[in-house]
Design a protein around this ligand. Structure first.
Ligand SMILES: NC(=O)c1ccc[n+]([C@@H]2O[C@H](COP(=O)([O-])OP(=O)(O)OC[C@H]3O[C@@H](n4cnc5c(N)ncnc54)[C@H](OP(=O)(O)O)[C@@H]3O)[C@@H](O)[C@H]2O)c1
Length: 447
């Protein structure tokens, strides 16, 4: 496990660019200022509503526009596809804010488009055009640019060693996605270490187990048993109907098992229906929680979905689904709870946010937003422990048998469930508060 760290970057002396330069005008004032600064530096550049696909360097201002978060990131993604040209340099500008994550995109582009240079430059405060031009010689790197013309970049820090735990903290924990998948495993370990009341939130209902069917956790086996039982009753349900019922039964089983395991630790556990992607659903669930349990003191956001596809094939609906659950979902919650009452915040991100990953441009961006949102929360709530976990692949959850063997072939070790859960609970309860973003691989022992 390593923490994200910042290091100062020295500007390259060369400030010239060969070939045509374009600046997209999604944010017209920023585009005009940058064009003026480029021209003043002797670099001819033109404004483009849509990239021509012929420029050698393109600056994208989509990330600076005041469009809503998801639309802003989708606009940058679609504009990039139009600018693709072998050997081109694509520089995406964004303002440092809780709801920006274009660095997840450029990290992914560097994997999907190795023939292109892609960089995300995050402007920390009011950065003038001439400062941006000053960094042209470092156009292959994601940078944080400051108004005083200095720049930093994020790097992997030293290995973080586990700390000893503080005594139980108790409190009211809201864990999105906490009844199922790897977040459930983490919630159980957290309950063991901290105690308190756990509200697990998800979309699935607590569907009862079908009568007369022996319990199994295997979907294929359950489908077979349910189909056989239906035939015995003289029914002929469609395979899709059987599949839906079997999945619902398994979700109910998993939710009840997680609640029972948390209760067995001595903590209290409840389940609420909440779709994080739906503001109305979040409002209703939070009103219920406030009324029956009081203010949330610990927020764990584990809800997440993937919709993997390469950048040029990515659809807006897919990106919206991925953003809605994870990034929009976080802001739906944060804008509806008493943030001042928060003592712990744990956000489930992915290593793809830090390293990029083929097919995961939307997921990497949504997770990179979590890292920036976590840093903003840490600044807002200095007394709270805020941790963003950039997980590598786990032995469970989204990683099914097919994905697991794919990782094995690539030599990527999986995070064992028990080890990941311990890292999560220890870091959230007792980790160094200054380490907000943690990149977690397989190593817990600190070796
Ligand atoms: N497993 C890994 O290797 C891995 C690696 C990196 C990061 N992560 C992150 O870890 C988290 C958990 O992943 P997982 O592998 O356990 O995935 P999973 O097995 O697919 O579980 C996803 C969880 O999120 C909930 N969820 C999904 N959409 C939701 C929504 N709109 N509202 C509320 N809850 C929702 C699901 O419950 P319902 O279906 O009942 O809503 C379920 O509890 C995710 O954020 C994921 O991005 C996982």
């Amino acid at each position: 496990m390593r923490a994200a760290r910042w290091e100062t970057v020295i500007p390259a002396t060369a400030r010239q660019i060969a070939g045509a330069v374009e600046v997209t005008d999604a944010e017209p004032a920023a585009a005009a200022a940058l064009l003026a600064a480029l021209n003043a530096a002797g670099i001819p550049a033109t404004r483009a509503t849509t990239p021509s696909g012929t420029a050698a360097t393109v600056f994208f201002t989509e990330g600076l526009s005041d469009a809503p978060m998801t639309a802003r990131h989708w606009a940058a993604l679609t504009a990039s596809s139009k600018a693709r040209k072998s050997g081109a340099t694509l520089i995406f500008l964004q303002q440092l804010a809780a709801d920006t994550g274009l660095e997840g995109f450029t990290r992914t582009l560097r994997r999907e488009w190795p023939d292109v240079s892609a960089a995300c430059w995050t402007l920390v405060g009011r950065v003038q055009g001439d400062v941006i031009v000053n960094w042209i010689g470092r156009a292959q790197e994601d940078l944080w640019l400051s108004p005083d013309a200095t720049a930093r970049r994020v790097v992997l820090g030293q290995m973080v060693s586990p700390r000893s735990l503080t005594p139980a903290t108790g409190g009211l924990w809201l864990v999105t996605g906490g009844a199922r998948g790897v977040t459930a495993t983490c919630a159980i370990e957290l309950a063991r270490q901290s105690g308190g009341t756990f509200i697990l939130a998800g979309r699935s209902a607590q569907t009862p187990w079908p009568e007369g069917i022996p319990e199994t956790a295997d979907l294929k086996t359950l489908r077979g048993l349910m189909a056989a039982a239906a035939v015995k009753r003289g029914e002929k349900p469609a395979p899709a109907t059987i599949d839906k019922s079997a999945r619902a039964a398994l979700a109910g089983l998993e939710i009840r098992a997680t609640l029972a395991e948390i209760t067995a630790t001595g903590a209290e556990a409840h389940y609420v229906l909440m779709d994080t992607s739906d503001a109305g659903s979040v409002t209703a669930a939070l009103a219920h929680i406030r009324q029956h349990f009081g203010p949330v003191t610990g927020l764990v956001h584990g809800a997440g979905v993937i919709a993997d596809r390469l950048v040029e094939e990515k659809t807006e609906a897919e990106l919206r689904r991925v953003f809605a659950t994870k990034a929009e979902g976080l802001f739906h919650i944060l804008s509806r709870i008493d943030r001042a009452a928060l003592r712990h915040v744990g956000l489930f991100s992915s290593a793809s946010a830090f390293f990029g990953n083929r097919g995961q441009s939307d997921y990497a961006m949504a997770n990179a937003i979590l890292a920036n949102a976590g840093r903003a929360l840490r600044a807002e709530l200095p007394a709270a422990q805020v941790k963003v976990f950039d997980w590598g692949p786990w032995e469970g959850g989204m990683v099914d048998a097919t994905l697991a063997s794919h990782f094995k072939e690539q030599g990527v070790p999986l995070i064992p469930l028990g080890e990941g859960a311990r890292i999560f609970a220890h870091e959230l309860l007792a980790g160094d508060p200054s380490d907000v973003e943690l990149i977690v691989g397989t190593v817990w022992s600190g070796t």
